[in-house]
Design a protein around this ligand. Structure first.
Ligand SMILES: [Zn+2]
Ligand SMILES: [Zn+2]
Length: 339
């Protein structure tokens, strides 16, 4: 089969490799759609903390079952599936507590095991979900970032009527925006790129503010009668937006950190956490039920995914697409490999 292998930073090569053989509890899946995530780009430029080349990248994908291990019941050859790409061990301290997203032995597709920028990939059957009829492969491939967004807003305890600021309107930011609006929040969106702010406005953001505006904190305070936002979600992964989050959140409010800056340390006004009883939390993956809910939302057209998919490409073009993505990062949402 053909697979795109990240050989070293800035070098992705499409090569002929053997079709993988599924283990007893695994499915062999013909990949039909696979999206490029921000973490794939980070790996491409050699800046991802967990991904070491050589590796086949890709984890946001869907496809058709073409083979299965001897121990797999409940799936048939030919079924359309989407896969939760983080394979937990099922027996560590966290897995036993049903917190399998914190698993000590987690293997993620495209991180520790070969990913989905290939004609075929193998996945643990217990992390596969049947696709409802009428749900396209390319939309289903975005179930993973949607599941991340659902988990993030659950962690933050979002409630109706709250004022929520989302800093960073990448694909996850635009998904968070849509889910937060459905929960009845007033959402203010920020990004440095006007093209993304236009998307946020079109999706229903109450206000959009360019993150470079020196007035951004004043404007958020004005929008909340001087109090500050109930919830600020940092989804840009920069030191500047982390500082903004602390300046915008109200006393007793919540800061949810989702972006990854790549820095080990950030200087933040930690004393405010105590004095103002702030909740500061992080989020990374998704919990039990989030993936199934994401698939159902996609099936019901409850989120606009068309707005995120800016480009479709073939496996043979992947190297070009990575390069183009680096050249014009302002237009990066999701590019999807389709078969
Ligand atoms: Zn991803
Ligand atoms: Zn585990």
């Amino acid at each position: 089969m053909k697979a795109a292998i990240l050989k070293k930073p800035f070098e992705v090569v499409v090569e002929e490799v053997p079709i993988p053989v599924p283990g007893p509890d695994e499915l062999l899946i013909q990949v039909k759609a696979s999206a490029i995530c921000g973490s794939d780009i980070k790996a491409y430029i050699g800046k991802h903390p967990l991904i070491r080349p050589p590796i086949i990248l890709g984890h946001e994908f869907s496809g058709v079952i073409v083979g299965k291990g001897s121990g797999v019941d409940g799936f048939r050859i030919g079924e359309r599936v989407v896969v939760e790409p983080t394979f937990a061990c099922g027996h560590c301290f966290f897995c036993k507590r049903m917190e399998y997203y914190l698993c000590e032995n987690l293997k993620q597709l495209g991180h520790q095991v070969p990913g989905s920028f290939a004609e075929y990939t193998v996945a643990k059957a217990r992390f596969a979900y049947r696709l409802p009829n009428g749900t396209s492969f390319e939309k289903a491939a975005l179930a993973q970032p949607l599941a991340i967004s659902l988990h993030a807003l659950y962690r933050a305890g979002i409630r109706k009527g709250q004022t929520v600021v989302i800093l960073g309107m990448g694909a996850i930011g635009l998904l968070l925006l849509q889910v937060a609006l459905r929960r009845g929040a007033r959402v203010i969106a920020s990004d440095l790129v006007d093209f993304k702010l236009e998307k946020a406005k079109a999706l229903g953001a109450l206000r959009v503010i360019n993150g470079a505006s020196p007035e951004i904190v004043t404007e958020i305070r004005a929008e909340t009668h001087g109090t500050g936002a109930d919830l600020v979600i940092e989804a840009a992964g920069s030191s500047a937006t982390i500082q903004q989050a602390f300046s915008m959140v109200r006393t007793g409010g919540t800061i949810l950190l989702l972006g990854i800056t790549g820095h080990e340390r950030e200087e933040v006004p930690l004393e405010r956490v105590t004095l103002d009883e702030l909740n500061v939390m992080g989020t990374m993956r998704y919990a039990m039920g989030d993936f199934a809910n994401a698939i159902e939302m996609i099936h019901q057209n409850a989120v606009d995914l068309d707005t995120l998919i800016l480009r479709r490409f073939a496996l043979s073009e992947i190297s070009e697409v990575f390069e183009e993505t680096l050249r014009s990062p302002e237009r990066v949402l999701r590019s999807v490999m389709v078969v």
